[in-house]
Design a protein around this ligand. Sequence first.
Ligand code: GUN
Length: 283
Amino acid sequence: MYNLMDGKSLAAEMRIEIKRQAGLFKSRCGKEIGLAVILVGNNQASQVYVRNKIKACEEVGIKSYAYYLPANTAQEEVADLIEELAQNGNVHGILVQLPLPAHLDAEKLLKLIPVQKDVDGFSEENIGKLCMNKNCLAACTPFGVMKILEKYGVQTKGKKAVIVGRSNIVGRPMSMLLLNADATVTICHSKTSDLKSECLDADILVAAIGKAKFITADMVKEGATVIDVGMNRDEQGRLCGDVDFENVKDKCSFITPVPGGVGPMTITMLMYNTVIAANRSVN
Ligand code: GUN
């Protein structure tokens, strides 16, 4: 019998605590916690993400500063805005929604966000600190996965964790968080020679590939914990993950559903990171 790991209810539970923390900050510092969100252009998915981030801020009592810039905004203009926000004492977190229009140099722009305000955890400095197991702001999706594991009492110490996918946003930071939690970590990717046998070794299997139902039952060890970071559409156009949930679930001790698993945690962890950034700014 498998246990479903409910990210939606954990996210709701965490948002109550985040709201309490935001209230405490306000009474202590006489101002709200602030998050600046910059969106350049008209990418539809980005517009939805940004709207949801602003909504989450309202829900937890974080003041949002939203900047909607036209698609043809010049590099210097975005750079000036980030530099201004970097200096602004009311802004504790800065987020530049990706992807940026092609004429903008995203790497250069992200470098302008001070490491203490990089609530996405995308900066080289934050990633470097994560690799060295130092205090940092960790990327929201993998950080959310760690919270799910913790909530359900899934042990990581001494366990074999296998991550499928090596992106900068999920796979790589996920591997470091699990390593920092004393797991023995393997990262698999498109050039891995025997993916199935690597996956079959996993006590904790994290799927972050971006291909619908890619992880099948024959790749999962009996009793494993399976975390599905995927967000895809199946042949019928329904939302599904990277794991073939229906066929995999009965082999698992714990498994996250899609939707309702990792997804709801990502924006919640953005709020959580913003609270951490604000508290660190006054300590
Ligand atoms: N685009 C897709 N996901 C993300 C995210 O988590 N943060 C930012 N800044 N852009 C994204």
